[in-house]
Design a protein around this ligand. Structure first.
Ligand SMILES: Cc1cc2nc3c(=O)[nH]c(=O)nc-3n(C[C@H](O)[C@H](O)[C@H](O)COP(=O)(O)O)c2cc1C
Length: 189
């Protein structure tokens, strides 16, 4: 799989889903193969805190619906992470994924982490929120981007911070959809 997307919204046709799919459409238009995992629909659990991944680097010992996607992140060309803001932070569904992604952070001798994901990949980020100020949740968004950037060692191809304070769904915002498709083309270009 060329592009793997992880969607932290439970709304199948919501804003996050719409924007992730526009990014995937852009990537597919260049011939890339894409897949999207909706965390809410996976038969998966959060991290069980077994610390097995501290010895078996890059491997999460918990086998469930998320396992194929954790593997695909290591072999894909590009990654998309998308999530709504829930109660000032990322959604609970996305936090389950982020904790499991600990298995993709290898401990460095002397402290800190180095990616268990091979170098040379790109990522894109989508968030959606009700509040009008795109900077309002910048700490949460920077932290989520940091998982893919610093944590997985990926280069950012672009991000979309969707604000729907005027109740404008992302699917009606042609400018934003175009921006998403352009990011998708850059992801694999
Ligand atoms: C449980 C819950 C909590 C929310 N908390 C916030 C919030 O703290 N700040 C905000 O701006 N929007 C908040 N929202 C609004 C969503 O972020 C917004 O509707 C977003 O567009 C949903 O994305 P989706 O369509 O991809 O699911 C919340 C929505 C829900 C359901």
């Amino acid at each position: 799989m060329d592009v793997v997307a992880i969607n932290g919204s439970p709304r199948k046709n919501g804003n996050t889903a719409t924007l992730i799919r526009a990014i995937l459409e852009g990537a597919a238009s260049t011939g890339a193969q894409t897949t999207e995992a909706v965390i809410h629909d996976l038969d998966m659990k959060g991290c069980q805190g077994c610390f097995s991944c501290r010895k078996n680097h890059g491997i999460c010992a918990q086998e469930d619906g998320l396992s194929p996607y954790l593997e695909a992140i290591k072999t894909c060309k590009a990654f998309v992470v998308g999530c709504p803001i829930y109660m000032y932070r990322i959604s609970g569904q996305m936090k389950l994924f982020v904790d499991r992604a600990y298995s993709l952070y290898m401990p460095k001798p002397g402290g800190g982490y180095t990616p268990a994901v091979p170098a040379g990949k790109k990522f894109a980020l989508v968030t959606s929120q009700g509040a009008p100020d795109p900077e309002q949740y910048h700490r949460s968004i920077r932290w989520l981007a940091g998982m893919a950037g610093t944590g997985f060692g990926m280069e950012e191809a672009g991000r979309i911070i969707h604000t729907n304070s005027n109740r404008e769904p992302a699917r009606e915002n042609s400018e934003l959809l175009k921006k998403a498709r352009d990011i998708g083309m850059r992801l694999v270009g």
